[in-house]
Design a binder for this molecule. Structure first.
Ligand code: NDP
Length: 328
């Protein structure tokens, strides 16, 4: 039998954590034949709620779940971790300046990065979900000099999935017919969902849609503002779909992309497509044997170029801000 994979989840008692843990324990993260051990990291105020969730996990009697450990110490939580899902973050509250937000998150992601550096398993894969996800990932990565930088990633898979769903609705096809969609840049309102290389039932998506105004005025803002629309409708933020995207991201990273398709991941740039090296920006990637590669050679038209540049500019500003704060 296989040795269990250690999966660490931070902010485990939160909304996303609640939607995430049961799917990990039931085999959706890594595969239906892979046993898992869960490590739940919470702040002291969150420990009791995490214990409640652990009781429910016990009560599911999941055959793949080989243990649950709950702690408020990152050094314990990341000890031997193979996969880390960094979900807990400091949310932006009313009147909070961007600098305050970045500083508060630096206080979370810098020590977590160091704990990953010092204690995680050699094959550690990190996904940052907590916002601002790309820059939080950069902070954690900078605090982990002994871990290959490419193991730190940020989630843009929810944006990717949202874009596929909107495109499927617009064109009246099943989501499974849509391939090669790309999210570029930051997981923020500046993100750019790109359909110029996407395919709908094998045909070029931009040609099928053939409506640049819909792209600019409806599609892009609908995808970028979907989180706010869900808060407005549900009275709470999108937790289950965010958890689902986190599952998709890690599942793809571990098990690969399908032939003829790719995924979007926030990853440290190697300079491809004019994105400054080191910024954690979203790219189209293919994955094989647990390693991702940026899809190369895509032609970027003017419509796409200006939008990618704007989002990357925002990432550069966030990087400069955390650098000025001494967080990286
Ligand atoms: P959620 O579980 O709803 O969200 C957690 C993080 O995910 C937030 O930063 C949120 O960003 C982000 N996020 C990313 N994508 C999405 C999306 N599509 N929809 C919603 N959120 C998204 O937050 P809760 O407040 O319910 O729970 C957070 C938990 O984290 C708490 O239990 C808290 O105690 C814990 N925590 C743990 C820490 C630790 O382990 N060291 C540190 C800090 C907090 P956004 O704010 O932009 O919505």
């Amino acid at each position: 039998t296989r040795t269990p994979v250690n999966v660490t989840i931070t902010g485990a008692a939160g909304q996303i954590g609640y939607a995430l843990l049961f799917r990990i324990a039931s085999g959706h993260l890594l595969g239906a034949d892979v046993p898992v051990k869960l490590r739940l990291l919470e702040i002291p105020q969150g420990l009791k709620a995490a214990e409640g969730t652990a009781m429910e996990l016990d009560d599911c009697a999941f055959p793949l779940l080989r243990g649950i450990e709950i702690t408020d110490d990152p050094n314990v939580a990341f000890d031997g971790a193979n996969v880390a899902l960094l979900v807990g973050a400091r949310p932006r509250t009313k009147g909070m300046e961007r600098g305050d937000l970045l500083e508060a998150n630096g206080g979370i992601f810098k020590p977590q990065g160091k704990a990953i550096n010092d204690h995680a398993a050699d094959d550690i894969k990190v996904l940052v979900v907590g916002n601002p996800a790309n820059t939080n990932a950069l902070i954690a990565q900078a605090a982990a000099p002994d871990v290959p930088a490419e193991r730190f990633t940020a989630m843009t898979r929810l944006d990717h999935n949202r874009a596929i769903s909107q495109l499927a609705k617009k064109t009246g096809v099943a989501v499974s017919e849509i391939k090669k969609l790309t999210i570029w840049g930051n997981h923020s309102a500046t993100q750019y969902p790109d359909i110029f290389h996407a395919e709908i039932a094998g045909k070029n998506a931009a040609e099928v849609v053939n409506d640049e105004q819909w792209l600019a005025d409806t599609f892009i803002p609908t995808v970028a503002k979907r989180g706010a629309a869900i808060i407005e409708a549900r009275g709470a933020s999108s937790a289950a779909s965010a958890a689902n995207a986190a599952i998709d991201h890690v599942h793809t990273w571990v098990n690969g992309t399908a032939e003829g398709d790719w995924a979007s991941m926030g990853i440290p740039s190697d300079g491809s497509y004019g994105v400054p090296e080191g910024l954690i920006s979203s790219f189209p990637v293919t994955v094989k044997d647990g390693k991702y590669e940026i899809v190369q050679g895509l032609e970027i038209n003017d419509f796409s170029r200006s939008r990618i540049d704007a989002s990357v500019q925002e990432l550069a500003e966030e990087r400069d801000a955390v650098r000025a704060l001494g967080l990286i």
